[in-house]
Each structure stands twice: as structure tokens, then as C-alpha cells.
Design a protein around this ligand. Structure first.
Ligand SMILES: [Zn+2]
Length: 344
């Protein structure tokens, strides 16, 4: 069978990829369901370096990075940034859960013979009846899922480009994936932090930079103080690092410490941290001011812990992520046969 493929014209990425010096290593066919219709794409795996968008600048600073369940802190040499991590995905995720619950209800209504009186599914082999309503909901869920993945990809890409504009030598703590999964559930995992990190690593290395990550349990950056060197266990609800005259938003402070980790030993270089701190403290504080300004002084995401600043002395407000975590206990999907993922 021979099928002609449609090649988008004036697409710089495709034009670059199809240059003769980029030999085709192998091809794969990808199926995507778009509006419940199958679309087939040809993916070419090519030799050489990926296309660099000339609009995306590449910086030369050394970056300390802290990716939290809902925040991301970036500390360079002259600039720092504190922002929410993929928070735009949360409404879509909630919508998706609503659809999944609807599917559950429809499935149960169509197949009462497969359920026990307490609502659990009977064991053993079963036949499932799928009503047209159920199929409609299922295809809506699939479409939403696809949009969610595309949206996530674009948000990740934006954040990665922003980091790369500052620098491509990146240091960060490994994400404690298992513990996040346990403590925060799907509302956080929908942001796909591991996918974000591996994308960043790939792009930074392709741009001639480096990527170093170190296990949390050896560095304990979220608990250590670079002046006295003490490790203080802080629950996640403490959004500020306060010790030895330092008062800093926790994620930014952790990103700063990541920047000061010796990549050869994988441990914190305290002397370096002490040397860099006086120059970087105003940079970090400026990042906080920008967050407060952009949030108009109000509606500031609680996960930044900036509430603390405005009501000095009063207890820190419980952070949004905790509420989200409670909110996020979603049963494992039982829709394996309805797989919404793309198939390779
Ligand atoms: Zn201290």
C-alpha cells in the first residue's frame, strides 16, 4: 500500500528536518484520535541536532532550579523567577474528572449485572454494554484528554524556553516522584513534572549546556541553612526559610542552594553559597516583588507563601497544594479499553 503524506509548507522545522544531511534513521506511524476520528501521522526519526528556533534566545547563566508540586523557582546569576507550574491545567483536569464520573455512572446504569450491591465491580469475566450516551461521553473525554496533553506540552515548552533564555547549565534536585504521587495525587501529576524535566534536560544538552540532578536525600536542600549548616525539618506548609537572619521564600531559596551544589560531589558547597548569597539575595527578593505586583497584591497563590509577608507574625496559611491533594484522590482509571493515548 502506498499512501502519500501531506507535508506542511513553509514550516521551518520540517524544512530543516528534511535537509539531505539529516538521514532518516527510522519511521513510525502514530495514530491520534481527534474529535473521535482517527488521524495518522508519519514520524521521522532523523540524524543530527534538532532545529533551534532563532527567536528563542540562549543564555549563559548557571541555573539553580526548584520544581515543586505547584511552583517553579529559577535562580540565575542576575535574574530569578518564581512562578506557578502549569496551573492552567487544573481547570481542564477538573473537567476531565467530571466526565470520568459521568462515564462511571453511565456504565453502572447500563450494566447493573456487573456490580455488587455496594457499588463495587464484580470479579471475573464480564460483558460490558456501552450505550450511545456512554460512547459520546467517552469520546468527549478522549478529546479533552488530547487537548490537555497538547496544552501541557505548550506550557512546558514555554517554561523550558524561559529557562534556556537565562542559561543552559542547569542544576536541580531530583523530583521525589513516588512521594509526590502518594501525597499529591493526580492533580499534581497531571502537570507531568518528570516529562518537563526530561524535556529540559534534552533541550539544554542539545544547546551545548549541561544538566545535573542530585537526589534529595543526600542534599536536603529544602531543609538546610547555608549560614549555620543546620538541617531543620520543615513541613511543606512552611513556605519560608527563616534562619540566621535570612528570610526567603522556600522554593527560591532551594533553587539558590541547587545552584551552589558541587556537581562532582553532589553535596552543597557551603563556602560558595556564602559567597554568592549577598549578591543574589536582592535578585531573589526582586522576584518576590514581581510576583506580588503581578498578583496586584491580592489573589497571590497561597503556595508561594506570600500571605506570610503581608500578615507578618500571623501563622502561615495552609497552602493550596494541600487542599488540592485532598481533592485529588481519584480512583485509578478503569478505562483501559478506551485508551485515549496516542498509539505508536
Ligand atoms: Zn541558620
Amino acid at each position: 500500500m502506498e499512501i502519500a503524506c501531506i507535508i506542511e509548507e513553509n514550516n521551518k522545522i520540517i524544512e530543516y528536518g528534511l535537509k539531505p544531511e539529516h538521514r532518516i534513521k527510522y519511521c513510525r506511524i502514530v495514530r491520534r484520535k481527534i474529535n473521535s476520528r482517527n488521524r495518522f501521522y508519519l514520524q521521522l526519526i532523523l540524524e543530527g541536532k534538532p532545529y533551534q528556533n532563532p527567536d528563542n534566545k540562549i543564555g549563559f547563566e548557571e541555573i539553580g532550579l526548584d520544581v515543586g508540586p505547584s511552583t517553579i523557582a529559577i535562580v540565575g546569576d542576575t535574574k530569578a523567577e518564581l512562578k506557578q507550574f502549569c496551573s492552567d491545567l487544573v481547570p481542564k483536569q477538573k473537567e476531565k474528572r467530571k466526565l470520568q464520573r459521568k462515564m462511571d455512572r453511565q456504565r453502572q446504569a447500563n450494566n447493573p449485572q456487573n456490580f455488587n450491591t455496594n457499588g463495587t465491580i464484580k470479579k471475573g469475566k464480564k460483558k460490558w454494554k456501552k450505550s450511545n450516551h456512554y460512547k459520546k461521553t467517552s469520546s468527549n473525554a478522549a478529546e479533552l484528554d488530547r487537548k490537555l496533553a497538547a496544552h501541557r506540552k505548550s506550557l512546558h515548552g514555554k517554561d523550558i524556553n524561559e529557562i534556556m533564555a537565562m542559561g543552559t547549565r542547569i542544576k536541580t534536585e531530583k523530583i521525589p516522584y513516588k512521594s509526590w504521587q502518594k501525597n499529591f495525587g493526580k492533580s499534581v501529576m497531571v502537570r507531568a513534572p518528570s516529562m518537563f524535566i526530561s524535556g529540559l534536560k534534552r533541550k539544554a544538552e542539545n544547546a551545548g549546556g549541561s544538566f545535573n540532578d542530585f537526589p534529595t536525600h543526600t542534599t536536603k536542600l529544602s531543609q538546610v541553612c547555608h549560614i549555620c549548616g543546620n538541617t531543620v525539618k520543615k513541613p511543606l506548609s512552611h513556605r519560608w526559610h527563616i534562619c540566621c537572619g535570612i528570610e526567603m521564600q522556600r522554593d527560591l531559596y532551594s533553587a539558590f542552594l541547587s545552584k551552589c551544589v558541587n556537581v562532582n560531589t553532589g553535596s552543597l558547597d557551603i563556602a560558595r553559597a556564602r559567597m554568592l548569597w549577598p549578591g543574589l539575595e536582592p535578585v531573589l527578593s526582586a522576584a518576590i516583588s514581581r510576583v506580588i505586583q503581578s498578583a496586584n497584591g491580592w489573589n497571590c497563590p497561597a503556595s508561594f507563601g506570600l500571605e506570610y509577608r503581608r500578615q507578618s507574625g500571623s501563622p502561615v496559611k495552609p497552602e493550596a497544594t494541600v487542599t488540592e491533594a485532598v481533592d485529588a484522590v481519584i480512583r485509578d482509571q478503569i478505562y483501559e479499553d478506551e485508551s485515549h493515548r496516542e498509539v505508536i
